[in-house]
Design a protein around this ligand. Structure first.
Ligand SMILES: C=CC1=C(C)c2cc3[nH]c(cc4nc(cc5[nH]c(cc1n2)c(C)c5CCC(=O)O)C(CCC(=O)O)=C4C)c(C)c3C=C
Ligand SMILES: [Fe+2]
Length: 412
């Protein structure tokens, strides 16, 4: 796990603004100082693995899928080089371009859009991925990773094509929504003529912790989510379950140190859920709503006992979520979940258009996601309150070394 470093936005006194706000907290509470320090912190963009995977999950998400507008490999490499330079700059709190939003030639469009002037880096991470169609369009079928294909249609999927799939993806996470949106907006601007946004999703209130330093957040069903997630402090488990190994795939040695990213836009009928008795909600999930303890246990991090019975029935019901997705029923397979809540306005009938934008990083979706999703879709009591309308699978290239651009090993 990389440690955040303190950084200041070098734009138009952005650093001054950050310091000024921090100054305002001098006489305040320690927690306010901590919060300010966290917002002013940044993560390294380059490293062995891309940032934004085991990085402690930030509060906000802007995720975008792009379609290529060119099949010319040189043009795509140039786009990846431009994206790499801009992403590195924005991650450390600078503008997307070298000149900045207001210092350039007044007769030309600025090389940064300006809405992040004065904002600190807010722990921004930008993570890039390639979809199956990326390899088709660029005639790279011989280098396509073996498990990279359109996800199957699962029971209860009601997929909308316009919010599914994509040639490329960008996951921008930050503690300030404007910083995350600024990142995606500028990458879309830079892509002009070479790639265009296919769909995008905003998220808030992370639904996972990816580090033991974080409290477990809650999803929109009101339950703690992320308790049994893989954590950055478990590097051996992360190596086993998240990073693609050098020998995993003869055609795709270039992906070693990378991962697969599963994205699922899951609508939650929260109004219906809210009318269910507390005891039923807990039976659907298999954990208590307050402490997040497995049923039959006391504390959040107690191990679930799937053999325990209450009366004649299993204490953790056979159709409960945590039982159906538990690694012990899937050959030990674990995933690193990194999802976010969303509320995209409301429906014409006055329901909230709410849900969970599920993101998981896995070493191989054929063993670490598809069987688990199938079990859930077929038997999970929670499914009555869920509708999956967006779905996508991407590979996430390994980390970016000094002087490299994202995905360089694919084109080597
Ligand atoms: C196919 C993978 C999964 C999907 C899709 C999914 C959707 C989903 N989950 C919740 C709520 C909770 N999930 C919890 C645990 C949990 N979920 C998955 C997988 C998927 N969830 C796994 C692998 C696990 C961990 C199981 C374990 O090892 O014990 C929990 C319990 C708390 C926790 O451990 O995180 C909740 C609550 C919702 C609401 C949802 C779709 C909207
Ligand atoms: Fe879950």
């Amino acid at each position: 796990m990389s440690t955040p470093r303190l950084s200041r936005r070098g734009l138009l006194g952005g650093g001054v603004a950050a310091a000024g706000v921090a100054g305002a907290f001098v006489a305040g509470r320690a927690s306010a100082d901590d919060a300010q320090a966290a917002v002013a912190a940044s993560y390294a963009f380059r490293g062995e693995h891309q940032a934004g995977i085991v990085t402690p999950a930030q509060d906000r998400l802007h995720f975008a899928a792009f379609d290529l507008l060119t099949t010319d490999r040189d043009e795509v490499v140039a786009l990846l080089q431009d994206w790499t330079a801009a992403a590195e700059r924005m991650t450390r709190g600078d503008g997307a371009g070298e000149v900045g939003p207001v210092d350039g030639d007044p007769l030309l469009p600025p090389d940064d859009t300006g809405e992040a002037i004065g904002l600190p880096p807010a722990r921004l991470t930008i993570t890039f991925g390639f979809g199956p169609t990326f390899f088709d369009k660029l005639d790279l079928a011989d280098r396509r990773p073996k498990a990279l294909r359109r996800l199957p249609h699962f029971p209860a999927d009601v997929l909308v094509e316009e919010i599914s799939d994509g040639d490329l993806c960008v996951q921008a996470c930050a503690d300030d929504p404007q910083v995350a949106v600024h990142a995606v907006r500028n990458l879309a601007r830079i892509a002009f003529g070479r790639a265009a946004v296919r769909w995008s999703q905003l998220g808030f209130g992370r639904t996972s912790s990816t580090s033991t330093t974080q409290d477990t957040p809650r999803n929109l069903f009101g339950f703690k989510d992320g308790t049994a997630n893989l954590k950055a402090e478990q590097p051996e488990l992360v190596d086993t379950h998240v990073w693609v190994g050098a020998d995993d795939d003869p055609a795709a040695g270039w992906l070693a140190g990378g991962s697969y990213l599963v994205a699922r836009r899951i609508a939650m009928t929260i109004e219906l859920w809210d009318r269910q008795p507390l005891a039923d909600q807990e039976q659907f999930v298999g954990r208590t709503k307050g402490a997040g303890a497995p049923l039959g246990g006391d504390k959040e991090f107690d191990e679930p006992d799937f053999d325990a019975v209450t009366g004649l029935a299993p204490t953790i019901p056979v159709d409960s979520h945590v039982r159906l997705v538990h690694p012990s029923f899937h050959g030990g397979a674990q995933m690193l979940r990194r999802g976010y809540n969303f509320v995209d306005g409301s429906t014409p009938l006055g329901a909230l258009n709410a849900g969970l934008f599920f993101i998981a990083y896995v070493r191989d979706p054929d063993t670490h996601f598809i069987p688990i999703q199938n079990a859930m879709a077929k038997s999970d009591a929670m499914m009555e309150y869920l509708k999956v309308n967006g779905s996508a699978l991407f590979v996430v290239p390994p980390g970016i070394a000094a002087g490299e651009y994202v995905g360089q090993s694919l084109f080597a």
